[in-house]
Structure formats: C-alpha cells, structure tokens
Design a protein around this ligand. Structure first.
Ligand code: FE2
Length: 285
C-alpha cells in the first residue's frame, strides 16, 4: 500500500549545521547590492550552510530524485521575488489548453528585461553547486533560447491549473526543475507521484502547498505531477529554474519543444522571435 510522500519529506525546519560546507565562507546576513537587490550568491549561501546537506542528498535519492523544503530562500530574496512577480503582472501571457492547462506565464526573455535579479539567482554558483551536490550530476544552464530556463507561472483566474505531466527533457541529457514558491494566496496544491519510472518501487503519492520561499527540486522525467485548479479570488505564482546535464538538442526535438512552448506557455512571438534571431545568426535549429 502506498504511503503519502509527505511523511517522508524532509523540511529545513528540522535541519542542523552538519553536511556540505558552502563553496565560499560567508558570515552574517546576506548583503545587498547598490540597487537594493540582495546578493543572490550570498543569500543562497547563508541558507544552505544551515542545512544537513548530506541528509538532503539521501532524501533526494530515496525519493527518486525529488526534494521538498518548505523554507529554503532567505527572506530578503523571497521579498524581492514577490515584488518582481507583482510588477510583471502586465507581462503575463495567458494560455488555455482544454482538458490540460490554463494559466499565465512570463518567460526568461521578459525577465531578462524587467527582473534581472531572477536571472542572477538562476546563475548563482552557490545554488548550482548545492543542486549538483544533491544530484551528483554536473549541471549546466539551459541555452539562451529556452524560455523555460527561468520563468514565472501565474494562477490568477478560477480554474487555472496544469494536469498530470512530466517535465520531459527534449535535451540529450537530463532536465532538472527547481520550483520556488513566490506568492500563495490560493488553495492550489502540487500533487505528485514518486517512483513512477522505477519498476522496483511502488508509486508513492504526495501533495504539498508551497509557501513563499519554499522549494521543490526534481528530475523532470521522473516526477509525475500537477497543480490543482485555483478557485475564485485566488492567486498563486511560482518561479521555476531549469538546469540540464547536456544542453544539446536534436533538431526534430527542438521543433516539438518550440511548438509546445508557443502553444502551451509563452506565445509564438516570444518563442519564435528567439528562433528567428538564432537562424539570422546562421545557427542550426
Ligand atoms: Fe511541470
């Protein structure tokens, strides 16, 4: 019989100072830059040095490449993300796929223009080093033309949701998803099933409501998951980062991936303007 995965989930509330040492020594609270935004690297380091990272790596492995931490981000980083998510509301691209998905999104291309702190957080060496420790993989940034590399997802209208799916990798290597809670004034839940691709383990269902600053990290091809529908007057915003082990992509997979992104997420203008730019530079597709 399956056991709810929440019972196995480790939260940072119970963590101690053992485990992984941060790549650089950091003392005191995270500092801020001249423009008032937190220093992403220092802010991440200030948190991960308080975790039992050896235990978290075991948890990630035991849960077939899945981890949930309800309190991950430094408070000043969460505050910065909340402000950015609200400021970017006019930029949201709404999509509706009958029977599967309804909601809004803001791609990395818009984030680059209007919320560069998010791009800084995505590239944080402290963050990537910590994720590499969890996975045992060497991780790379997603290519510049991938709108999912970092993106905000908005659930702001009744019925906004996404049905059961995997974050399938169209790359030659693995694709990891890091999901950060930003705004949660909703009843939406992340429902998931562990071990569905592991024939030696029974599926284990779980469900979490991710608070601002919470983290979910998983191998996209291994975690079956969905977001349950929003109700009236609810708002949920999450931020996802995508990291890969091999950024190469076969041409036919790129065609499928671009069409999926244009229809289901960001719109043809966002996806194919990048596509056209790349072709204009003489690069392959
Ligand atoms: Fe997903």
């Amino acid at each position: 019989m399956s056991t709810p995965a929440e019972e196995h989930v480790t939260t940072s509330n119970s963590l101690n100072n053992a485990g992984l040492a941060p790549a650089s020594a950091v003392s005191g609270a995270a500092s801020t830059s001249a423009n008032g935004a937190p220093d992403a690297d220092r802010a991440v380091a200030s948190r991960i040095r308080t975790f039992d990272n050896a235990q978290l790596r075991k948890d990630f492995d035991v849960q077939s490449a899945f981890l949930y931490l309800e309190d991950f981000l430094a408070p000043e980083v969460t505050a910065q993300l909340i402000a950015a998510a609200r400021a970017l509301l006019p930029e949201v691209n709404r999509n509706y796929l009958p029977g599967h998905k309804q909601g809004g999104s803001v791609s990395r291309h818009t984030i680059d223009r209007l919320a560069p702190f998010i791009a800084q957080l995505y590239r944080s060496k402290e963050l990537i080093g910590w994720l590499e420790h969890l996975t045992g993989d060497k991780l790379q940034l997603s290519p510049a033309d991938d709108p999912h590399a970092y993106a905000l997802y908005y659930y702001t209208k009744p019925g906004d949701h996404i049905g059961w799916h995997y974050d399938t990798s169209y790359y030659d290597g693995r694709r990891y998803t890091l999901l950060l809670g930003v705004i949660d004034e909703s009843s939406c839940r992340l429902d998931y099933e562990l071990h569905t691709r592991n024939p030696d383990k029974a599926d284990v269902p779980g469900s979490v409501q991710i608070p601002p600053g919470g983290l979910v990290f998983f191998d996209g091809d291994k975690l079956r998951h969905r977001i349950t529908p929003a109700l009236d007057n609810e708002m949920r915003v999450s931020l996802t980062f995508e990291y890969v082990t091999d950024p190469n992509m076969r041409p036919w997979r790129r065609v499928i991936s671009n069409l999926k992104d244009a229809i289901a997420y960001f719109g043809f203008r966002q996806v194919f303007s990048q596509f056209a730019r790349r072709n204009a530079k003489g690069e392959g597709v």
